[in-house]
Structure formats: C-alpha cells, structure tokens
Design a protein around this ligand. Structure first.
Ligand code: AKG
Ligand code: FE2
Length: 387
C-alpha cells in the first residue's frame, strides 16, 4: 500500500486526498483514507530523561540527533531537521501566497459583555483585577498605566482612586470598552495575545517536492501513520519586531459534546481543534529574542486559574519567568505531544496541560516558523473515515 496525492486537474486545481496503488493502477479518492481498518496507531517517542540524545538515521548519509529537552511535558528538539534551502522554500511558499495578520480571540471577542474578575470578592475592581478582566474577556494584555489611561479616556474612574466600584462599572458600556480596546490594538498590536502574520499551507501542498520530503521525514521521526502526516496542517508564521504569541495550548481538552473539527467544520465553529502533536520548525535565525517558552514545564501541579492570575501567560512581558525556553535556530525542529494516549482506547487521551507554550517577543530581527500540526479526530474510526 502506498500513498500519493492527486495530481491537479483542470476542474479542481488543487485537489487533495489519498491514493492506493492497486494491481490495475493507482486509485485516488478525495475523502476516503485508504488503509486497513484498525491500522491507525498513535505513537509516542520515549524521552528517557532530560538531555537524552538518540541518533536517527532517517535519510541516507544524514543522521539527526533527537534530544529530549523536557520530560514534563515531553519535548524534543532536532537541530538541522530542515536544510537551509528547505527553510527558505517554506518562506518563499508563504511569501508567494501572501501572509495575513494572525487573528486572535480579541478580534472575535464578544464586545458586548465581559466577565468581571473580582478575585477578592470585595465588589470593586483593583487595577490587577481589571487587568485580568480585560485579558480574559477581550484577550488584550494591558499594564496598569494603560488601564489608568483607559479610565481617564472613558471617564470610568470618577473618583480617581484606581478602583472601579459597581456604580462606576454600571456607567461603562462593555461595547464602549470593547471599541476602545479594539482601537488601542490597532495602535499597539504588541498588546494582543498574538502579534504575527501567517499563512496556511493546505494539504494540497503535498504536491510540492520539498513539502513531500519534509512530510516523509516527519513520518520517519514520529512513526505515525501516513494518513495523519498527509492530513496535517502546516502554518507559516512571521513575527516582526515585538512579534510574540502568549502562552496557549495547541489543542483542546477532550469534550464529548463538541467533536473534533474536520477540514470543513473548522471554519464553521462548534468543533474542537484536535492536534495530537506539534512539530514546530524555525525557518530563520532570530538576532535576539523569539524563544519558544513553556511557562509551566516541570511544575508539580498546575492550576490554570493561578497561571492566569500569575501574569505568566503574557509572554510579551513575562518570558524571563518561563520555566524553560527553546532558542530559535534556522532549521531546528521542536516536537511535543499535546495529548497523552488513552490506554483504554489506544487513541487520543487528555490534553497534556503542561504543554502551555508560546513565542517570546522578537527583540531584534525577525522570526519565521512553520507549525506542523498532526490532526486527529476523537476516535480511530472517525479518523479512518477521513476528516
Ligand atoms: O513562535 C513560537 O515559538 C511558538 C508559536 C506557537 O506556539 C504557535 O504558533 O502555536
Ligand atoms: Fe502553539
């Protein structure tokens, strides 16, 4: 059994799908994943211990060193996973299609409501509590000075005591605050949770030779079924000065009520992004900054509420506090598992919450990465059917 990608046809410029080599030729199908039922397996590399290095003979004459960077979460790196020309090729592909400003939750946030974060329950919001309110409701990361300026601009804090009382909040419409923040974000995009430009390289790109080589290498490294490799989404991201991405999870906790997204449902909503693994490539060197940070790696326990109020999600400000950071280097791959494997089903298990990560701000130069996301559906059967 072998896989290939359909050749573009006149009616459909870039169809995608898998093909099986049969006795009478190659059969291709857009949606059907060819393969024996039950043959899909999720794999997980063994990290052994922090600092452990294994040599992988993935291609003739080229051995790659797989190094365990962290056990909790399990993170590996391979320096020189991509050659310089492969990295450059991804950048050229991205430039040819054209990058667009990365959207964040703040661009989509419901601007007509907010949830007040009155942590001490005293019915007034301190500057810190307002900061958390804005972060959680609008996905905008302000400091105290910005908040004071907002109070003045919107005349919110009438008695100027840096505290917002129920009375004062009553007089402020969430829509006004949302609109105000939206305007600020145009002026100060670095205060958004994500400040970058991006482009998707859809599975259709598998007709690209460099892309195919890289897919094959990823498959040899991960030992995952070809189906999953071929259906991966690849996103190229460019960060300029101050570009960053605050800490987040690349996948979503299990939820029986909301299914994993398929290629079609992902644009419609009411589905979860299910990414078993992330393979992140640095496509460029960065003169200064731009590390990939894991703020809670190695912690004994993890309370997301505590993480949110610690300010450590805001990597634009708190990268120095992250437990572990991977410095960018052109061609390097960083690899981690967003989910565990459920031993009962042998399939997608719970999210590994220690994989909270993000990109530190670029201090000098620019940073290019490619995210290679291994997508799956909730069950093996659904994944086999095609997604
Ligand atoms: O830029 C980085 O180092 C991290 C990027 C990231 O986490 C993402 O794009 O999901
Ligand atoms: Fe990420």
């Amino acid at each position: 059994l072998s896989f290939c990608i359909n050749e573009p046809t006149a009616e459909n410029k870039a169809p995608r799908g898998t093909c099986s080599k049969a006795v009478d030729g190659v059969h291709c199908d857009e949606n059907v994943v060819v393969g024996e039922p039950g043959q899909l397996e999720l794999t997980r590399l063994d990290g052994v211990e922090e600092g452990y290095v294994t040599s992988l003979d993935i291609e003739p004459g080229r051995s790659l060193q797989l190094k365990t960077l962290s056990m909790k979460p399990l993170v590996f790196e391979i320096v020189d996973f991509l050659t310089t020309s492969e990295s450059d090729h991804f950048i050229a592909l991205a430039n040819n299609i054209g990058l667009q400003t990365s959207k964040t939750h703040s661009d989509r946030a419901n601007k007509n409501s907010f949830t007040l974060f009155d942590q001490d329950g005293n019915r007034r919001l301190s500057l810190d509590e307002m900061k958390l309110t804005i972060e959680n409701s609008f996905d905008v990361y302000l400091d105290h000075e910005d908040i004071r300026k907002m109070y003045t601009d919107l005349d919110m804090d009438q008695d100027h005591d840096n505290e917002i009382t129920p009375d004062e909040i009553q007089k402020t419409s969430p829509a006004d605050m949302g609109e105000y923040l939206q305007k600020k974000m145009i002026q100060y995009p670095e205060k958004k949770s994500r400040f970058s430009e991006q482009v998707w390289l859809r599975p259709d790109f598998s007709t690209d030779e460099v892309f195919q080589h890289v897919q094959l290498r990823v498959q040899k490294l991960t030992k995952l079924p070809e189906t999953l490799i071929k259906r991966s989404h690849v996103q190229v991201v460019k960060y300029g000065l101050k570009g960053h991405y605050n800490a987040h999870l690349d996948s979503t906790p299990l939820n029986t009520k909301v299914p994993c997204c398929t290629e079609t449902t992902r644009w419609k909503g009411n589905c979860r992004i299910c990414r078993y693994m992330t393979i992140l490539f640095y496509l460029s060197d960065v003169e200064e900054g731009g590390e990939t940070a894991f703020p809670v790696a190695g912690n004994i326990t993890l309370d997301e509420e505590v993480l949110r109020s610690s300010g450590n999600i805001n990597l634009f400000r708190s990268c120095h506090k992250a437990n572990f950071k991977v410095p960018p280097k052109k061609g390097k791959a960083v690899i981690w598992y967003n989910h565990f494997i459920n031993p009962k089903t042998d399939w997608l298990g719970e999210v590994d919450r220690f994989t909270w990560h993000g990109g530190c701000p670029v201090v000098k130069g620019e940073k290019w990465i490619a995210n290679f996301w291994i997508r799956v559906m909730d069950t093996k059967e659904e994944t086999e059917k095609g997604f």
